[in-house]
Design a protein around this ligand. Structure first.
Ligand code: HEM
Length: 333
């Protein structure tokens, strides 16, 4: 029951919940020296590998893999850590048959001030109980209701991008970010986002940026300070909305969470529901925005995949004779 201890008692000071001091149930960090035997780099004094990793995450990861192999250590964000790469490592870590790994202790130091108690930040039995309670929101009937709303909003949102050549002027990242926020508002929260959209979007962006900020304390004028202020605003806003949803539930995901019960029949406490919802928004919004932008970028660069993804009628128009010139390509339509 590792993570319930912190869930029940607030840590003494802001920042303490990022450490084993504020989380007495955490396994004590054995100190950086315990990782000495693992090959890797400590980077520069004080900042370690933080800036190299932030400047080019993909290039950094590839260089470390090529130099030190699939198990190597880095020192970013103030501590040594170990990267495990490849299918075997994924299986070992994600199945975690012997309960060797802690998601909370892994993600906590990065995310605990911003997204505490999200599903990805709790372990073992506490994780199982909440995940089970929240699973009501992912049953076929509610999923169909979200899907109908998503189809409607995505079609309307893309109409706003213009037609034909107009769409070449669209900045994809900004457009997808606005669209995912809009669709999350209706399908996750059950509200058309009005004048609050900008305020929520700013708070949300500040929280996500703070997660990878080099200064980890929420000091004034720092990214972490802005992120923690963003979280305060989101918590107040979601707590108000939760009372409305409990009194008058709709078809949205937040209403499902608001009425979710644990195995002992108790409703999830209000602050727990709010934290789960904020985490879920982050998990869904930022990932879809960046992965969809990357998808469009790759399609823009690669004729082969553009042809493979296009509806048959476009391919026939675009390619003389209706045949894709790329070797090995087969039609699936
Ligand atoms: C392309 C889009 C997405 C990517 C690449 C992605 C990636 C991931 C990854 C890698 C994890 C595991 C992290 C870890 O345990 O260390 C995760 C967890 C999670 N994701 Fe996603 N995700 C995406 C979309 C979404 C969406 C749309 C939602 C919600 C509707 C979502 C909700 C979650 C939740 C709730 C967890 C935590 C699960 C748990 O620990 O029980 N994700 N995601």
């Amino acid at each position: 029951m590792a993570s319930t201890a912190w869930a029940q008692g607030a840590p003494a000071r802001a920042g303490d919940n990022q450490t084993d001091h504020g989380n007495p149930h955490w396994t004590r960090h054995p100190g950086d020296a315990a990782l000495e035997a693992i090959p890797g780099e400590d980077g520069w004094p004080i900042v370690g590998t933080t800036f190299q990793q932030l400047a080019d995450p993909d290039g950094f990861a590839r260089r470390m893999l090529a130099t030190y192999g699939p198990v190597h250590r880095t020192r970013s964000f103030g501590k040594r850590s170990v990267d495990l790469i490849g299918p075997d490592a994924n299986e070992l870590l994600l199945f975690d048959r012997d309960r060797l790994f802690s998601s909370e202790q892994g993600w906590g130091p990065l995310l605990n001030l911003l997204f505490p108690r999200g599903l990805m930040l709790i372990d073992h039995e506490a994780h199982r109980i909440d995940r089970r309670a929240l699973s009501v929101a992912f049953k076929p009937e509610p999923m169909k209701a979200y899907c109908d709303l998503l189809n409607r909003d995505i079609a309307a949102g893309m109409d706003g991008w213009g037609n034909g050549a107009d769409r070449f002027g669209v900045r994809v990242y900004d457009a997808i970010k606005a669209l995912t926020l809009q669709t999350a508002a209706t399908s996750f929260l059950g509200i058309p986002l009005g004048p609050e959209a900008d305020r929520l979007n700013r708070a949300f962006t500040a929280m996500v940026q703070a997660a990878v900020a080099p200064i980890r304390r929420p000091l004034p004028l720092t990214a972490m300070g802005r992120g923690v202020a963003g979280r305060r605003m989101m918590v107040a806003w979601f707590t108000r909305l939760l009372s409305e949803r409990r009194a008058d539930p709709g078809q949205d995901m937040f209403s499902q969470f608001a009425l979710a019960r644990r195995e002992d029949g108790s409703l999830l406490p209000a602050d727990v529901v709010v934290d789960h919802m904020i985490f879920l928004l982050m998990a869904a919004h930022d990932t879809i925005t960046s992965s969809f932008t990357t998808l469009i970028w790759q399609l823009a660069k690669d004729q082969h995949w553009r042809n493979a993804c296009a509806p048959k009628r476009w391919r026939q128009r675009a390619v003389p004779g209706g045949r894709c010139p790329t070797p090995g390509w087969r039609s699936w339509s």
